[in-house]
Ligand binder design. Sequence first.
Ligand code: PGA
Ligand code: ZN
Length: 422
Amino acid sequence: MSKVSKVWARQILDSRGLPTVETVVQLDTGHTAVASVPGGTSTGTYECVDLRDNDPANYDGKGVSKAVKNVNETLGPGIWGLDSTDQAAIDKRLIDLDGSKNKSKFGANAILSISAANSKAAAMAQNTSLYAWTNTLAKRAGINAALKVPTPVFNMINGGLHGAGNLDFQEFHVIPATSKNYSEALKIGVEVYITLGKNLERRGAIHSVGDEGGYAPNLFTNADALEVLFESIKETTYQIGRDVFLGLDVAASVFYKNGNYTIRDKSTPLSDDALIDYYKYLNSQYHMSHIEDPLHEDAWASWKKLYESFQGQLTVVGDDLLVTNTERVEKAIAEKACDAILVKPNQVGTVWETLLVVKRAREANWKVITSHRSGETNDWFIADFAVGIGSDFVKFGAPARGERVAKYNRLLSIEAELASAK
Ligand code: PGA
Ligand code: ZN
């Protein structure tokens, strides 16, 4: 048994230069592990609370000194002496200490930093890798997961709140075929990314990359972004529909106002039904394989309608809809609203609760996509986590920017380890 002997936290910066929490968990075996937590921008309304200081005089209100204090003074001491290998008990203690339904008292950021650091420390104390240890935890939680490196979903063009402000849809994805092994898939992603960059440059359309490393070009419409992606793939040696597929994270709640969606592709605001019709048109043109958050996070009846009309053609992914929350997943299963979940541990706030959500999704035969956030650190916890739970896909951004590449590179080393273990 390895017991937690000390826990301490500090405020560090994420990839946007905003404060976030980094926590160290030390065990009585002498092992120490560090974890830092990410932060979202297009956060779902029903996510657990990312506790910020809200002091406009410091870090524009985004400081996390209260969350750090909560780790150092209450949450950390609260798990001293507990068995680090009993992740369920550690997480339960953290949840009980907080006592709120949405972790608003001490902060999901504070809580997850401890939960994740503890799982890393437990893996170290048992002399095993984090992905293998996560796999043991996943099995304990009732997930029947085989160890494999997931297929990457590359976010090649950043719009919405992550981009330069002229695309409404948040993410334009390229997804290699699931038959490709991971290093092949990564190479495809990089080659498409390079070709897309040249193409945008030729059109005079690039001015930067966005929060997740994808280009943030000044195009006219969301359809234009799909078009340029489509054309770029045609310039590579890869074939759309065979080697690669397109996808979207629309993050529709962000541009939903007074019952309608305003996008620059259309001169008048669209109803749920009109937006669904527009997706049908886009899919007929660009043959997508999946669509995430196509509708507002509370538009349950329309999600059901969309899922019905795309069933078998498109994987329908819930992110803001589900917020890695068991109750919302139960509702989505009952209502047949989607068939895939975006898994973000910081939406729920502990490792163990994340595993329980994944278990329910698997029982419903859903696809699982493990995801970063738009504000990240170089921590690659999420890469090991994705492998350990047997994710079908990972969404870590474009194959560019250090905090994104840290995760993609970690998957390369896991792929090599798994191959040599065969
Ligand atoms: P976020 O975006 O981290 O800003 O919420 C990621 C996503 O919507 O998938
Ligand atoms: Zn999303």
